[in-house]
Design a protein around this ligand. Structure first.
Ligand code: ADP
Length: 319
């Protein structure tokens, strides 16, 4: 089983010719749908075939009702803290060139508290993997991963978005970290004093990247996602999770990309599901399937709604 602790947002998206300047009014084409890194990852885990619980905070409003309906449709066990604040929202304008302006109202997501997390302790203890991100309060995320750790379960952190700093005591709770390049550069800067441009992470020579990952997370595995360039894996030398080597690069699948929004969420959710449902297999085999899952998600628009099922992944890339 997988427990995902994180955010749910209702995304409101307007496609307009140009982004509105102050005082301007534009016409645009409107669409709305579910989002939030937590919900995206929970959807990916569930559609990858893992029994999935999603721990979040929702408002007593239509956004909360949407979350409940969608969770039910995907067989997700929703554990929602009811908040007096509105359900999280994102307002997104996209212009004809694909540029965007975004406002996020965390709303209820900011209210997820450690008391509610503590009440989920038995669920976390019973699940193979607990996965969290940084769109919820750091104290709640830290408490969730600590419960996983304390009960010998795998604590997985997707340290996103990049503008949220990861404190040392949260990092210390993670057995597995899945940053993208920008998030990785931020972690190296904050915790190791290493200044590397986000886009340059993929081009560091591998032994050096491995050494930096070992300094960052001495006891755990770091998987750096590199978009179309795949990912880089760094295990502790004495705990390679069934892999032959402590570090390696894995290429991405070649796909016809439509929208990469949520690719990282697809990857983390699918990897959590693989770890929970296929514990004996080499990490590299699980990673390959997570990367296929993420690649297929980029062939469809949207985030949570774009998550494929494991049957669709098998049909596309073989079993
Ligand atoms: P994020 O969405 O967090 O920025 P990445 O862009 O690194 O994360 O993507 C996460 C994973 O999704 C990659 O490691 C890769 O497996 C897959 N992926 C992303 N973009 C592509 C792409 N253009 N082609 C194939 N796979 C992709």
């Amino acid at each position: 089983d997988v427990v995902v602790v994180g955010s749910f947002n209702v995304d409101h998206v307007w496609r307009t010719d140009a982004l509105p300047a102050p005082g301007a009014t534009h016409g645009g084409e409107y669409a709305s749908g579910p989002g939030g890194k937590g919900f995206n990852q929970a959807t990916a885990a569930a559609r990858s075939g893992a029994r999935t619980a999603f721990v979040c905070a929702l408002g007593d409003d239509v956004g909360g009702q949407l979350a409940r309906a969608l969770a039910t449709a995907d067989g997700i066990d929703l554990r929602d803290q009811r908040s007096p604040s509105p359900t999280g929202t994102a307002g997104i304008f996209v212009d004809a060139q694909g540029r965007n302006s975004i406002v996020i109202g965390p709303g209820a997501n900011a209210c997820l508290d450690t008391g509610f997390i503590d009440a989920q302790r038995d669920t976390i203890a019973a699940a193979g993997v607990t996965l969290a991100q940084l769109e919820s309060p750091i104290e709640a995320v830290t408490a969730a991963l600590r419960h996983a750790r304390d009960t010998g379960r795998l604590a997985m952190l997707n340290p996103a978005p990049a503008n949220v700093a990861v404190p040392r005591d949260l990092l210390a709770m993670a057995d597995l970290l899945t940053p993208n390049e920008t998030e990785c550069a931020g972690l190296f800067a904050r915790h190791l004093g290493e200044r590397i441009d986000g886009d340059a992470v993929a081009y560091l020579d591998s032994p050096r990247l491995h050494a930096l990952c070992r300094d960052l997370l001495p006891g755990g595995t770091v998987v750096i996602t590199l978009g179309a360039a795949g990912c880089f894996v760094s295990h502790p030398d004495n705990a390679t999770r069934g892999d032959d080597t402590a570090w390696y690069r894995l290429g991405a699948e070649t796909v016809a990309v439509v929208d990469t929004t949520g690719a990282g969420d697809a990857f983390s959710g699918a990897l959590a599901a693989a770890l929970a449902t296929r514990p004996g297999e080499p990490f590299a085999a699980l990673l390959r399937d997570a990367s296929r899952y993420a690649a297929l998600s980029t062939e469809r628009p949207g985030a949570a709604t774009a998550m494929p099922t494991r049957e669709e992944v098998a049909a596309r890339f073989g079993g």
